[in-house]
Design a protein around this ligand. Structure first.
Ligand code: MTE
Length: 326
């Protein structure tokens, strides 16, 4: 078996085609929508709009009040965030998902929630869009390969869904399973990972308010290459925890084995917390390259403990040896 690997960062194209003004316009629009319906849920509107307009529909959102949810750093351009992707179901090159994911059919779509819960169920996408008020969260996301982005996501805390299904006392972990459809996903022909792509969190990590079920970004429904129609975003963990195109959420008693852990257990542990002090066996994790800051003289940034979310999530790991439990 060839050794699978998330490849170390290769040089991205220095293209920032979407001007900042366009991003700003999108954000103004968001603010307008949020202001117009202050205090009310806009998710119903978003759901109808999504149906009416398909993939290009705008998602309205209220700015999040969750502590740590609105990083003030400069946003990554929409162009970079949607053309430099990891979504191995569509190929392993950074440009493959933008090229190959267009054919992904994201409607109808449903997510099965099962396992150790009192109220399992199959949730239709439209029901999920309306399940809780949409919020905008501006998160840093750092890939294990050593690059990072700052993206304005739209969604709501996964905890909202978890509360609805009522986990029982055996629900210690949550397993996330994503779509694996050979007819739509050319990357499944490669054996780079065991499909479907599976990830997992401890139940308290899944319940943390920063853990986001995201339906969109930059004020729009999720682009396919970024994990349409819904994905996880766990900002204090390496990007591979943020599973795309979710179809199943399972509550389990034992620690799930993620696709990356199965492929290379010595490189990708269950926790995968961003930790500059724990090197990847093949490279340092002390610094990162912010996508878009790739000029000749651009300096790498120091990587922050828990990706900068230590104040919010540090206590989840109190007393744990994070070098062992990497
Ligand atoms: N989800 C699925 N289903 N398949 C994948 O290959 N790649 C992961 C994660 N989620 C991946 C996935 C990795 S390695 C990263 S860094 C992020 O998605 C990248 O998200 P982005 O392309 O939106 O930046």
């Amino acid at each position: 078996m060839t050794k699978p690997s998330l490849r170390p960062a290769d040089a991205p194209k220095p293209s920032e085609v979407t001007p900042r003004s366009v991003v700003e316009q999108r954000r103004d629009w968001l603010r307008l929508m949020a202001g117009a319906a202050a205090g009310t849920t806009l998710a119903g509107w978003a759901g109808r709009e999504a149906m009416a307009q398909g993939q290009n529909a705008k998602l309205a959102a209220i700015k999040s009040a969750v502590p740590g949810a609105l990083t003030m750093e400069k946003l990554t351009s929409y162009q970079d965030a949607t053309t430099y992707n990891n979504f191995y179901e569509f190929g392993t090159d950074k440009s493959d998902p933008a090229r190959a994911a267009g054919a992904l059919k994201t409607r109808p779509w449903s997510v099965a929630v099962e396992g150790e819960v009192n109220k399992p169920g199959v949730f239709d996408l439209d029901a999920l869009l309306k399940l809780a008020p949409m919020e905008e969260r501006i998160y840093r996301l750092r890939c294990v390969e050593g690059w990072s982005m700052v993206i304005p996501w739209i969604g709501w805390s996964l905890a909202e869904l978890i509360k609805k299904v009522e986990p029982n006392s055996r629900a210690k972990y949550v397993e996330f399973v994503t779509l694996a459809d050979r007819a739509q996903m050319p990357g499944l022909r490669s054996g780079v990972l065991d499909w479907p792509y599976v990830e997992g969190l401890r139940i308290d990590e899944a319940m943390h308010p920063l853990t986001l079920l995201a339906f969109g970004m930059y004020g729009e429904l999720m682009p396919k290459q970024n994990g349409a129609p819904l994905r996880l975003v766990v900002p204090w963990k390496y990007g591979f925890k943020s599973a795309k195109s979710l179809v199943k959420i399972r509550f389990v008693e034992r620690e799930p084995v993620s696709s990356w852990t199965r492929a290379a257990p010595q490189e990708y542990g269950f926790y995968s917390n961003v930790n500059p002090k724990v090197d990847h066996p093949r490279w340092s994790q002390a610094t990162e390259r912010r996508i878009g800051e790739d000029g000749l003289f651009a300096k790498k940034r120091p990587t922050l403990m828990f990706n900068g979310y230590e104040a919010q999530v540090g206590q989840l790991y109190a007393g744990m040896d994070l070098k062992k439990l990497y």
